[in-house]
Ligand binder design. Structure first.
Ligand code: NAD
Length: 480
């Protein structure tokens, strides 16, 4: 039964979404219960010696950490590691659950998992963060909660490729002779067994998903919008990894008009559009987006008001539960693209759906990260860069075709056309192409279910995911 109270935890919200989808799946209750629960939950406390950078004095602080593996229907399990002061077991369970569905939706053969450490990276220097990351990894290794065939972490809120490199190094130190050790974590730096295109992948996937949604003429007509992402007025909340790339690529490749960007210290607004390249430079140089010369700048305490601006597409890309029962009625966007995980509570969603807003759900829209993580993991297991074997071979074949055409028509093909046609795919071209294919395919499958069953897009995405996971369990012969 779906829980109806106004204040739900994040995990209860995800349970609500599951229960809303369950009757449309045609699966037995026993099987649904197995799919719904978190299979393994590991909660730890570990000590780390900390040095006060000012006094040089050392002390020991105990940190709280989690790793949750939601579903073992496919192995390894996969999901990011979050560093935030808000980390708790309920949140990690919710995020691990979403990972299982996300992987199923984009046909990535992993079970879902998630990890977190209750720590604000802003409060500690690099040396301390490295100690925390390494100690957390050690605890995961000790309990067999990490490994290329067991459970493979990735970056999430508050972590990035630096932390992934520390995780890999710690793992390799402890598992010296493991041939596939590099596949124990994804989102690593390219020179440390990473893959080109992973850092931008979630934001790029958000762009492909939004573009695909905007290309459906019938759906745009219903929202009284013209088709195509070009010119759409977009608002972004959260200018970290996902928000920055979502904005940059939507503007650079999609010609979207970014009219507002929000951060923890306020939001900036400009009806003429914000130059995202310039905003990235301003944030890098000064540490804050608020130094960008926008026509309007909010006070820090009004930062959440960015969500209530009138726009075509709202992209929450910071944290969960930012659109809730308190502000849902004030949301004016026509489309909400959930780049963050769980930015809308299940109670708020009912209000938004009644207003006719198209919600493109997190389990689909931010799956670009795990899709490219899958490519990275495959690269690590194959011990070879994509494109290495066949790039030259294909180039030579195409040069042969050009030569043949030139000899048949008796003139030279222009140089720029030759270059475009002959150039073989580099790793990043293949990664982007694979990502684009996944995002387009999965959008169309989800949309078809939505139309066929006359349900909202999140419920359709959950129906698809639950049925696919259900098929895996059924093929094991455990469930009818
Ligand atoms: P990040 O740490 O790189 O960026 C998050 C940004 O949000 C930070 O710049 C932070 O200052 C800002 N922020 C915090 N509180 C805010 C507030 N109240 N208002 C506005 N901005 C605020 O994290 P990220 O990796 O970009 O993750 C963002 C979201 O996307 C999370 O929900 C995460 O789970 C989800 N996600 C991330 C990935 C990935 O590959 N990194 C993949 C899938 C989903």
């Amino acid at each position: 039964m779906a829980k109806a109270q106004q204040t739900l935890t994040f995990y209860q919200s995800v349970e609500n979404y599951f229960e809303k989808a369950a009757p449309h799946t045609g699966l037995d209750r026993g099987l649904l219960d197995q799919i719904k629960v978190c299979n393994s939950i590991y909660a730890i406390h570990f000590p780390v010696e900390i040095r006060d950078p000012k006094t040089g004095k050392t002390s020991v602080k105990v940190f709280e950490g989690y790793r949750v593996q939601h579903s073992h229907h496919r192995l390894p399990t996969k999901g990011g590691i979050r560093f935030s002061n808000h980390v708790n077991q309920d949140e990690v369970m919710a995020l691990a659950t979403l990972m299982s569905y996300k992987c199923a939706i984009v046909h990535v053969p992993f079970g879902g998992a998630k990890g977190g450490v209750k720590v604000s990276p802003k409060d500690y220097d690099e040396e301390t963060l490295e100690k925390i990351t390494r100690r957390y990894t050690y605890e995961l290794v000790r309990r067999n909660f990490i490994g290329p065939s067991i459970d493979v972490p990735a970056p999430d809120y508050g972590t990035g490729e630096r932390e992934m490199a520390w995780i890999l190094d710690t793992y390799r130190t402890l598992r010296e002779n493991e041939l596939d050790a590099a596949g124990c974590v994804t989102g690593k730096p390219v020179n440390q067994f990473g893959i080109r295109g992973r850092t931008e992948a979630t934001g790029r996937g958000v762009f492909y998903g939004l573009r695909q949604a905007c290309d459906h003429v019938e759906d745009m007509k219903k929202l009284k919008l013209s088709p195509g992402i070009a010119g759409k007025r977009m608002v972004i909340q959260g200018f970290g990894n996902v928000g920055t790339y979502s904005a940059q690529i939507s503007q650079g490749e999609g010609d979207a008009l970014i009219i507002a960007v929000g951060e923890h210290d306020g939001y900036i607004y400009d009806e003429k559009g914000i130059d995202i390249q310039k905003l990235i430079a301003v944030k890098k140089e000064t540490g804050s987006i608020m130094n960008y010369p926008a026509s309007f700048k909010s006070k820090p305490e009004d930062r959440e008001k960015v969500l209530e601006l009138e726009c075509d597409i709202l992209v929450p890309a910071a944290l969960e539960e930012v659109i809730n029962v308190n502000n849902a009625k004030n949301i004016k966007a026509k489309i909400i693209g959930e780049a963050a995980n769980g930015p809308i509570t299940s109670v708020a969603e009912e209000i938004l759906l009644k207003k006719g807003i198209l919600i493109i759900p997190d389990v689909y829209l931010n799956a670009g990260g795990v899709t490219v993580s899958y490519f990275e993991w495959l690269k690590n297991l194959s011990h070879m860069r994509f494109g290495r074997m066949d790039k030259r071979y294909r180039q030579q074949g195409r040069e042969g075709i050009i030569g043949l055409v030139e000899s048949m028509v008796g003139r030279k093909v222009p140089e720029d056309m030759v270059h475009k046609f002959v150039k073989g795919a580099d790793e990043v071209d293949l990664v982007r192409s694979g990502l684009e294919e996944s995002m387009i395919n999965s959008y169309n499958i989800t949309r078809n279910i939505m139309k066929e069953k006359n349900i909202d897009m999140r419920t359709a995405a959950f129906v698809n995911a639950v049925q696919l996971i259900g098929q895996d369990y059924q093929s094991m012969g455990i469930f009818p």
